[in-house]
Design a protein around this ligand. Structure first.
Ligand code: C5P
Length: 268
């Protein structure tokens, strides 16, 4: 449900250039089968169904002709699906070569956005089942004036900080608890994350000066924007936006697609 405010000109970047090593499939994660399709096809469907994008730009593993063809086929399906409805906006599908890190893949896609783009949503292909409602909440928040907005869900586990034990204590246990984070203030962060384009460009420009250790610590785009001192807002995410990372995640995603209750039971 839209908040009724005019929506800014929006591009969606899908980062799909990861190796997927932790999934253990021996192929890039975007290519891994999920139900009767691939992880990337599900992610593309979600973005297209949300209907917020003027452009969808996918960062792919360089030289991956299988995923390149998958994107071209999807673009044809989009055009065919809009036949007979000249009013409908068909998003322009583009692809770029991803980089060695997630941030480098985002930068590569940022450089390929159409002139006139006002806001950009950065989405992990690995969150293939993110529902339309989350895209709408993020874009509505940008339309209402947010410069940066992320979808989150409450943390259910108690979260503690630890440090490695040393000396004789290593025989007792490998780690020592150093504190307990206040759970009511903690959120798990998901994608799509939305930004004014100029702000995200500035944040990624600043990150080019990072050393290797700082660069390795960058796990999402919002943290780069936080470093600029720009406020980052949070809207409600969704349970089914889980990031498919391990074999267990894939089993859960398959269950969401094929289970007796269908994917709707966790809509939120
Ligand atoms: O590896 P990680 O879990 O951080 O990956 C999150 C998302 O970033 C995935 O969709 C993956 O394909 C993408 N990625 C990328 N380029 C990289 C590394 C990850 O596009 N070099």
């Amino acid at each position: 449900m839209s908040n009724g405010l005019p929506r800014p000109v929006t591009a969606v970047i899908i980062v799909a250039a990861g190796s997927g090593e932790r999934l253990g499939y021996g192929m890039p994660k975007a290519r891994v089968p999920l139900g009767s399709d691939t992880v990337l096809t599900h992610a593309l469907r979600g973005v297209a169904a949300a209907g917020v994008a003027r452009q969808i730009c996918v960062a792919l593993p360089p030289g991956d002709t299988v995923l390149q063809e998958l994107c071209e086929t999807f673009a044809e399906e989009l055009r065919a699906g809009h036949d007979g409805n000249p009013e409908a906006q068909i998003p322009l599908m583009t692809t770029v070569d991803g980089g060695a890190t997630r941030a480098a893949s985002v930068r590569s896609a940022l450089a390929a956005l159409l002139d006139g783009t006002e806001v950009v949503l950065v989405h992990d292909a690995a969150r293939a089942l993110a529902p339309e409602s989350v895209f709408h909440r993020v874009v509505d928040s940008l339309a209402a004036g947010a410069v940066a907005v992320i979808p989150t869900i409450p943390v259910v586990d108690t979260v503690k900080t630890v440090s490695p034990t040393s000396g004789d204590d290593t025989t007792i246990a490998p780690e020592l608890v150093t504190g307990t984070a206040p759970r009511e203030e903690l959120r798990s962060v998901q994608t799509p994350q939305g930004f004014r384009l100029s702000t995200l460009l500035q944040a990624h420009q600043a990150a080019l000066g990072f050393d290797d250790k700082q660069a390795a610590a960058v796990t999402d785009d919002a943290m780069l924007v936080e470093l600029l001192g720009v406020p980052v807002h949070a809207v409600h995410g969704a349970t089914q936006s889980l990031k498919i990372t391990t074999p267990l995640d894939l089993i859960i995603a398959e269950g969401l697609l094929e289970g007796p209750l269908g994917i709707r039971w966790v809509e939120g």
